[in-house]
Design a protein around this ligand. Structure first.
Ligand SMILES: Cc1cc2nc3c(=O)[nH]c(=O)nc-3n(C[C@H](O)[C@H](O)[C@H](O)COP(=O)(O)OP(=O)(O)OC[C@H]3O[C@@H](n4cnc5c(N)ncnc54)[C@H](O)[C@@H]3O)c2cc1C
Length: 527
């Protein structure tokens, strides 16, 4: 690979290097066995050599991470004849892949054809190209370099992935069209994102894949320059084990979204404090790969940024502006307002995160519900529906409704007396035209007309990764000099960044996770 001990760990971005040294030291400090002299902590920065470990178990392939990409890598590798061990730090299959909206992008799928939708991978690639050019100018493709090749691979294989999942019994709604896309391309996991593990897990197990839950990967093990295995820590017993992957190790550990330390490098302390939807994706996988010289991509747009987010079945994105501009109020679980509703979304989500229960609710009335921003304009997105107006979410039961403030409060789990008192106060303020409590500039006409609605709970959450490793179109991880690190592959959020985030709209991350896992599993199995 052309990488030497001397150049390992040198990153072209200092912040990555700094974080990786700190993170590596933390990881190595907990190690106690596995036959390695390094485990006693004598040289925590040095990679572990295969000659110094006793292997616990071996297979053709070791997959690290049993989320969206890792599970598909394991299934596809096993179906292509490889023996596979999967290491997963959490107790269950799914990762962020079961927390998401469940939208999978695909152009040219069987489902589209069955629904009379004409589409093809080339059209998707072309749409992404126009999208990127519109946003960043024509030179962007040259700058993206191999990341653009990955995007083309993604566009060309996404439909095959959706068909492959459907052939394995995964069910989808749709396809559904989102704003900005010329045709319906979103394949929505049915009935929600958590639907795929119950279908896929038995198949993976039947294919002989050995999944080790609550087993956290701590370090990659090298034989010369080649990655040959993974050192792990059992999350229950703290025992250490070493697993050998004779054909390779596929890293499917997400990005750094669950690492507060890492998020602090990008955001303020307050923003970094926001909880991550999936704290298991703590950046340990990225750190392990950086430690042996792997190179990372740039931060992606909106990288690991906190968002104001509602759990299903409420709309996820876009509702805050739509409702607040119409005069809705935000209250905490005791029914009290806590900030001006004119606050920018980031300020609002930080204020919510500072509340004792870290959640809040939006209250609005019939007058607001009839505004075009609520009854007509589309917001994002829930399984089965893609983009829809807030009014549609109401009709489908995603929003609490009541003829009195007390009734709607009780349904939503907000203190009824507290909310009634706050609404009475707010209506007085609205009538006076001055928000003496929080300085809101546009108060609206108050909350006077039943039925009343409550949307929530709304929480501040980090839901996406920030960057991944640089990989080839065979998912081989590159080092900081552009050379391939033999035996090491990366998929999902932890592999490339721009490629998936440049896909137009939602669903690109999941289709990249499933697609990169499927392709990498088949490729490594074929070696
Ligand atoms: C709330 C939410 C909403 C989202 N909405 C969308 C959407 O609308 N559209 C879209 O396309 N994408 C969406 N996403 C993103 C999408 O879910 C992810 O991009 C996708 O799941 C990434 O797959 P992955 O395999 O890389 O990571 P994951 O599915 O998270 O899997 C990573 C796995 O690795 C495990 N792991 C991490 N470190 C280690 C370690 N050291 N050892 C062992 N195991 C480890 C984790 O426990 C986890 O199970 C959303 C995500 C969230 C959280």
């Amino acid at each position: 690979m052309g990488t030497t001990e001397d150049n390992r760990g040198i990153s072209r971005r200092n912040f990555v290097g700094g974080a990786l040294v700190a993170g590596t030291a933390m990881v190595a400090a907990g190690l106690t066995g596995c036959g390695s002299p390094r485990n006693s902590g004598d040289s925590s920065d040095a990679p572990t050599a295969a000659s110094s470990v006793d292997w616990t178990q071996e297979a053709d392939i070791v997959v690290v991470g049993c989320g969206a990409s890792g599970t598909m890598a394991a299934l596809s590798a096993a179906e292509n004849g490889a023996s596979v061990i999967v290491l997963e730090s959490s107790p269950a299959m799914g990762g962020s892949g079961i927390l998401c909206s469940g939208a999978i992008l695909g152009a040219g799928t069987k489902m589209q054809k069955e629904n009379g939708i004409e589409d093809c991978p080339e059209a998707l690639a072309e749409d992404v190209r126009s999208f990127v050019e519109g946003m960043f100018g024509p030179g962007e493709f040259e700058r993206m370099g191999d990341d653009w090749e990955l995007m083309e691979l993604h566009a060309s294989e996404a439909a095959n992935t959706v068909d492959w999942l459907a052939d394995h019994g995964v069910q989808f709604y749709g396809p559904s069209q989102q704003p900005g896309q010329p045709v319906a391309r979103l394949h929505m996991l049915h009935p929600n994102a958590a639907a795929w593990p119950p279908v896929i897990k038995p198949l993976v197990e039947d294919a002989g894949v050995d999944i080790k839950f609550q087993t956290k990967a701590a370090e990659l093990i090298l034989e010369g320059d080649r990655v040959v295995g993974v050192k792990t820590i059992d999350q229950m017993t703290q025992e250490e084990h070493c697993y050998k992957g004779n054909k390779g190790v596929i890293m499917a550990t997400g990005s750094i979204e669950g690492s507060k330390d890492w998020r602090q490098k990008i955001y303020t302390l307050e923003q970094a404090n926001v909880q991550c939807a999936n704290s298991f994706n703590d950046g340990s996988g990225i750190r392990m790969m950086c430690k042996i010289g792997g190179d990372t991509t740039e931060y992606t747009a909106g990288a690991a940024m906190p968002m104001l987010y509602c759990d299903d079945p409420a709309p996820h994105v876009g509702w805050y502006t739509a409702l607040m501009s119409g005069g809705a109020i935000m209250v905490d679980p005791s029914g009290k307002r806590f900030i001006s509703e004119n606050a920018p979304e980031m300020e609002m989500l930080l204020a919510i995160d500072a509340l004792p229960e870290r959640k809040a609710f939006a209250l609005y009335d019939e007058t607001i519900a009839q505004l075009p921003s609520v009854s007509v304009d589309k917001v994002e997105t829930i399984p089965g529906f893609g983009y829809a107006s807030i009014r549609e979410f109401e009709e489908r039961g995603g929003i609490f409704t009541g003829n009195t403030i007390e009734e709607v409060a009780e349904k939503a789990g907000v203190d009824a007396a507290g909310l009634a008192a706050e609404v009475a106060r707010y209506n007085e303020l609205a009538a006076s035209g001055t928000d003496a409590d929080f300085g809101r500039q546009t108060l609206g006409s108050g909350l006077l007309t039943p039925p009343y609605r409550i949307l929530g709970p709304a929480k501040a959450q980090v839901i996406s990764g920030a960057f991944g490793m640089r990989v080839t179109n065979k998912h081989e991880v590159k080092d900081t000099f552009g050379n391939i690190i033999p035996g090491l592959y990366a998929v999902g959020e932890g592999a490339h960044g721009l490629a998936k985030d440049y896909s137009t709209g939602t669903g690109g991350k999941m289709s990249w996770a499933f697609t990169s896992g499927r392709l990498a599993g088949a490729h490594v199995a074929s070696l």
